[in-house]
Design a protein around this ligand. Structure first.
Ligand code: AHR
Length: 518
C-alpha cells in the first residue's frame, strides 16, 4: 500500500469565511454558539438476532447454567451492557425475524417447539428465549424494545396478536394468555418493524408489493391505550434509492419511519479477514465506511421531496463491519474478531449519524454479542469468559453524545489517498453541547503513521478545563481476546491544551479521542 501525496480536505458545515490554511495544518472550528438538533440517543441502538451465539451463550445461558446469571441472563454481559446506556434493542432479527413465529416462544419451556434456523447455519433453535425473555431483558437494561415482525412467512393475524399480547392491559384474549404465562402488566413496546429486508430474506418482494403488504399488516396493528406503536417500514439496502422513493410515495402517510441497512463491506465475495489486513485494506475499509454519508444524504433528499417537515425518520437499523468468519467457528454464525480498525469504523459512522440527526432517528449496530461488529465476545468454558471489543469502548466513550445538541463544525485536514485512488480524510470530528452546558468533542485520526496536532477554535464557548480519553494501539489490527482482554482499552488523554480562543490537541496516529470541555 502506498499512500500518495497528501491533499487538503475542507469540509464546511456553513457558508463561513475560510479558515486561514497551510498544507499540514489541521484545523477545526466549532460553532458552539449554534446547534439546533439533539442527537437522538437511539442512534446508539443495538441489534440482537437469533444468530450464532448472540442470544444463546451470549446474552442468555438459562437459569440452570454454571455461568453466573440473573434469571438466565449472563451477569458479566448484563453488567457490561448496563454501562453502555443502551437506548434501544432490536430483536429477533434480521433474517430470522421472517422465519419466527412468536407463539412458539411463550409458555412452559419444555412445551415450546423447536425450529431449524434456516438462515444461520441450520442450528436448532429451542425457543427458550422468547418474547418474555426479550422484553424482560430490555427492562433490565433500561432500554426500549424494537420488535421486528414477520411479514415474509407470518400472517397478519399472528402479528396483530403479538402486539396485543405484549401491550394490552385489558381483558382481551392475548392479555389473558400473557397473564397465564406469568406477566400481569403489559410491557411498553414503542418501536415495531413491519418486516425486515423485504427485498431479500424477508420475502424477495418488489417495493410496490411490499408497500401493499405494509398497508395490510399495519391496519391490524392496534395501538393499545397508553402504547402507541412507532411503525417502521422495511427499507432499502444501502444504494437502492428506488425502494425509498416508492415507499415514501405509497405509504409515507402511514409509517413513522423507514429503515436502511448499510454494512461496511468492500466485496461480498471476498470480505477479508478481521485481523489480518494491509494498510491499503484499512484505508479502503474507512473509505467504504464514510460512503455511508453519501447514502444517507441521498435517501434524505428523496424523503425531503415528499416529507420536507421531516416527520418520517430514517433508521439505519443494521450497520457495521462484516468480515470472514473466524476459522474454526460454526459456518453461518458470523463470529468475527474486532480490531482497532472496527473501532475506527464505529467512530466515523457515529460522527456521520450525528450530522443527520434531524432525519436519522435510530441506528442499530449489528450485533450486540458474538456476531459481526459485536460489543462483546463470550465463551462458555470454565464458568464463561467475556471480552469487551474496541467497538464497545467507542460506544462507551461516546455515551455523552446521547441527547446532546449537535454543533456544526468546519474542518480542514489532509487526505490520504490509496493506490486505487480512493481518499480518506485524516481527521473525523463531531461536537455537541450537553444538557449541563459542557461540550463533548470526538476526534479520530485515521492516519496509520502520523500523529496530528489539531488547532480547535471554539466560537461562543470558553473552556476552563478539558479532560478525555484516547483509544489507540500499536497496530491497527490489534484486538482483545480471552487471554488478552485489555490489549486495547481507553486511557486518560493528556494532550489537549487550552489556548486563548480554543485548544490544541495532539492525536496519536490511528487514535480516537473523546474530550469533555467545561
Ligand atoms: O445482521 C446479519 C443479517 O444481515 C441480518 O439478519 C439481515 O437483516 C442482514 O442481511
Amino acid at each position: 500500500m502506498k499512500i500518495l501525496k497528501k491533499s487538503l480536505l475542507l469540509t464546511f458545515s456553513l457558508a463561513l469565511p475560510l479558515l486561514a490554511m497551510q498544507a499540514g495544518d489541521v484545523q477545526v472550528r466549532i460553532h458552539a454558539d449554534q446547534g439546533k438538533t439533539k442527537i437522538n440517543k437511539e442512534i446508539y441502538g443495538q441489534f440482537a438476532e437469533h444468530l450464532g451465539t448472540c442470544i444463546y451463550g451470549g446474552l442468555w445461558v438459562g437459569p440452570d447454567s454454571p455461568i453466573p446469571n440473573r434469571d438466565g441472563y449472563r451477569l458479566d454481559v448484563l453488567n457490561a451492557l448496563k454501562e453502555l446506556q443502551v437506548p434501544v434493542l432490536r430483536w429477533p432479527g434480521g433474517c430470522f425475524a421472517d422465519d419466527y413465529h412468536w407463539m412458539d416462544g411463550i409458555g412452559p419451556k419444555e412445551q415450546r417447539p423447536s425450529l431449524r434456523n434456516n438462515n444461520w447455519g441450520g442450528t436448532i433453535e429451542d425457543n427458550s428465549f422468547g418474547t418474555h425473555e426479550f422484553l424482560n431483558l430490555c427492562e433490565l437494561l433500561g432500554c426500549e424494545p424494537y420488535i421486528s415482525g414477520n411479514v415474509g412467512s407470518g400472517t397478519v393475524k399472528e402479528m396483530a396478536q403479538w402486539v396485543e399480547y405484549m401491550t394490552s392491559d385489558g381483558d382481551t384474549p392475548m392479555a389473558r394468555l400473557r397473564r397465564q404465562n406469568g406477566r400481569d402488566k403489559p410491557w411498553h413496546v414503542k418501536y415495531f418493524g413491519i418486516g425486515n429486508e423485504a427485498w431479500g430474506c424477508g420475502g424477495n418482494m418488489t417495493p410496490e408489493y411490499y408497500a401493499n403488504e405494509f398497508r395490510r399488516y399495519n391496519t391490524y396493528l392496534r395501538n393499545q391505550p397508553g402504547n402507541a406503536l412507532y411503525r417502521i417500514a422495511s427499507g432499502a439496502s444501502d444504494y437502492d434509492y428506488n425502494w425509498t422513493r416508492v415507499l415514501m410515495k405509497a405509504i409515507g402517510r402511514r409509517m413513522n419511519a423507514i429503515s436502511v441497512h448499510y454494512y461496511t463491506i468492500k466485496d461480498w465475495g471476498n470480505k477479508g479477514k478481521a485481523t489480518a489486513f494491509s494498510d491499503e485494506e484499512y484505508y479502503l475499509t474507512l473509505e467504504k465506511c464514510l460512503d455511508v454519508e453519501n447514502v444517507i444524504r441521498k435517501h434524505c433528499q428523496i424523503m425531503d421531496e415528499t416529507d420536507p417537515q421531516k416527520r418520517i425518520g430514517l433508521m439505519v437499523d443494521e450497520w457495521g463491519t462484516w468480515w470472514d468468519e473466524e476459522p474454526g467457528t460454526v459456518p453461518g454464525h458470523l463470529y468475527q474478531q474486532n480490531s482497532l480498525r472496527d473501532a475506527m469504523v464505529a467512530a466515523l459512522m457515529l460522527n456521520v449519524f450525528h450530522k443527520y440527526t434531524d432525519r436519522v432517528r435510530m441506528a442499530n449496530i449489528a450485533q450486540m454479542v458474538n456476531v459481526l461488529q459485536a460489543m462483546i465476545l463470550t465463551d462458555q468454558k470454565d464458568g464463561g469468559h467475556m471480552v469487551l471489543t474496541p467497538t464497545y469502548h467507542v460506544f462507551h466513550m461516546y455515551k455523552g453524545f446521547q441527547e446532546a445538541v449537535h454543533l456544526p463544525l468546519d474542518l480542514m485536514c489532509h487526505q490520504l489517498t490509496t493506490s486505487e485512488g480512493k481518499t480518506v480524510p485524516a481527521l473525523s470530528a463531531s461536537a455537541a453541547r450537553k444538557a449541563d452546558g459542557s461540550l463533548i468533542l470526538s476526534l479520530a485520526n485515521t492516519d496509520l503513521k502520523e500523529a496530528q496536532t489539531v488547532s480547535i477554535q471554539l466560537d461562543g464557548f470558553t473552556p476552563k478545563n478539558v479532560s478525555g480519553q484516547v483509544l489507540t494501539s500499536k497496530n491497527a489490527n490489534d484486538f482483545n481476546d480471552f487471554d488478552h482482554p485489555t490489549n486495547i482499552a481507553p486511557a486518560d488523554f493528556k494532550d489537549a491544551k487550552i489556548k486563548k480562543d480554543g485548544l490544541t490537541v495532539t492525536l496519536p496516529s490511528k487514535s480516537i479521542v473523546v474530550l469533555t470541555l467545561k
